[in-house]
Design a protein around this ligand. Structure first.
Ligand code: NAP
Length: 248
């Protein structure tokens, strides 16, 4: 049977790689994005060109009303949900805590944490076998930063990802008997635009020497882990925090 997946922040980077690999594995994919409709449509077009099914849906995951609309659109246009990848995430410019603003912290937690909470809530309402759903799988994008703490760079981002780890552990137990598995993937240094968005376009190259494997990772390498966790091949895997970080 056809399975429906929502990937938040699916228009580029890791999210886009997840959308494309999931579609190759038979998922019908909702590609969420905030700003870049053209990039999201390009992901949809690549999926459709290979015979897959995909739909781009604009919504800011940090805005509850937009999340509700995102799920309503998904219900109407793709049908019952069975997978969610909470991938949308942001960093900010390197700074010490003493120099950070309240507005920065709020954005960091609104998008990285509350956005994931809201999307998981709406997904569970649809997927839970206790609520008439068919079960499903949730994969949260955490980060190696949750282990490393990111001092002097983005401690606020690392703390938000630490919250995602705890959220994953608790939610996995909470919904295990409702047919829903919940796991997290913790990427290390992955070659995407997120680093430039924080003002460090060369971050992966500059820090590659800290990675035991000696290189940064590709979004496609993270997508392999995410799509496996979504799949029935991971049917007994829940509450795991899977590092995809080259040993860092
Ligand atoms: P990216 O290239 O910057 O892409 C971020 C995606 O999230 C874009 O599709 C963007 O859409 C979307 N997005 C941003 N804010 C959003 C919001 N409020 N609502 C909905 N979508 C939003 O990021 P990435 O490197 O692929 O990272 C993906 C995830 O992996 C993030 O959670 C990140 O923290 C995590 N991660 C990344 C790395 C790494 O080294 N790259 C390492 C560890 C963890 P628009 O372009 O339309 O705004």
């Amino acid at each position: 049977m056809r399975k429906v997946l929502l990937v938040t922040g699916g228009s580029r980077g890791i999210g886009a790689a997840v959308c494309e690999l999931a579609a190759q594995n038979g998922w019908a994919v909702a590609v969420n994005y905030t700003r870049d409709a053209e990039a999201a449509q390009a992901v949809v077009a690549r999926i459709q060109a290979r015979g897959g099914e995909a739909l781009a849906i604009q919504a800011d995951v940090a805005d509850e009303a937009q999340v509700m609309r995102l799920f309503e659109t998904l219900d109407q246009q793709l049908g019952p949900l069975q997978g969610l990848v909470n991938n949308a995430g942001v960093v900010d410019a390197p700074a010490q805590l003493a120099d950070m603003s309240w507005a920065r912290w709020k954005r960091m937690f609104d998008i990285n944490v509350l956005g994931s909470f809201a999307c998981a809530r709406e997904a569970i309402r649809r997927m839970s076998t206790r609520r008439g759903g068919r079960g499903g799988s949730i994969v949260n994008l955490s980060s190696a930063a949750a282990r490393l703490g990111s001092p002097g760079h983005y401690l606020d981002y690392a703390a938000a990802k630490g919250a995602i780890d705890v959220f994953t552990l608790g939610l996995a137990k909470e919904v295990a008997a409702e047919g829903i598995r919940v796991n997290a993937v913790r990427p290390g240094l992955i070659d995407t635009d997120i680093h430039a968005s924080g003002g460090l376009p060369d971050r992966v190259r500059d820090l590659a020497h800290q990675v035991p494997m000696g290189r940064g990772g590709a979004p496609e390498e993270v997508a392999q882990a995410v799509v496996w966790l979504l799949s029935d091949a991971a049917s007994y895997t829940t509450m795991s925090l899977l590092d995809v970080s080259g040993g860092r």
